[in-house]
Design a protein around this ligand. Sequence first.
Ligand SMILES: Cc1cc2nc3c(=O)[nH]c(=O)nc-3n(C[C@H](O)[C@H](O)[C@H](O)COP(=O)(O)O)c2cc1C
Length: 154
Amino acid sequence: MPAAWHTPISAQPPLFGVLISPKRHTYTLLCQKKGFTVNFLDFAGAKVSADTGSSSGKEIDKLTTYDLAHEKGVHINGPILDQSYAAYECEHFAVHELGDHFLFVGKIVLIHYEENCLEKAECVNATMIKPLLYFGKDRYITINPQTLTIKPRR
Ligand SMILES: Cc1cc2nc3c(=O)[nH]c(=O)nc-3n(C[C@H](O)[C@H](O)[C@H](O)COP(=O)(O)O)c2cc1C
């Protein structure tokens, strides 16, 4: 399922969190499994997001229905989509109920990424990658690399 609500949490250990409503079939799966995968799509993935975000894995196999080419993770039995420019394999670390969502915290055990996705300093290459960003109300947007500004911290 697409999840717009997600965040890095810790560098050491490397933790990443996703906020999932208990209404989602994904919530049920996350409660049963020992880990999860997170796929980062570029702007071309807007339709995949709309499709997978308006259907439930309880009724259909989204990977087959939407023809999502993928491999299984090395450590985690979750999909690594061919079209993702980066993906995390996360082991279950913690879960917290926060209002009407649950924060599932995963420890990143493997990162997959496209070769051209990173610059030398291991920053995401703003000219190569057009990340899919959710702007609310079914609107998607991406970045303009011309706005990239570097301001060293004092
Ligand atoms: C762009 C987008 C972002 C979404 N972000 C979240 C999110 O962060 N957390 C959440 O619980 N649901 C989110 N949803 C809703 C689920 O993705 C949606 O209900 C999905 O169909 C659930 O699938 P499932 O029943 O197979 O788990 C989002 C939907 C879209 C389209």
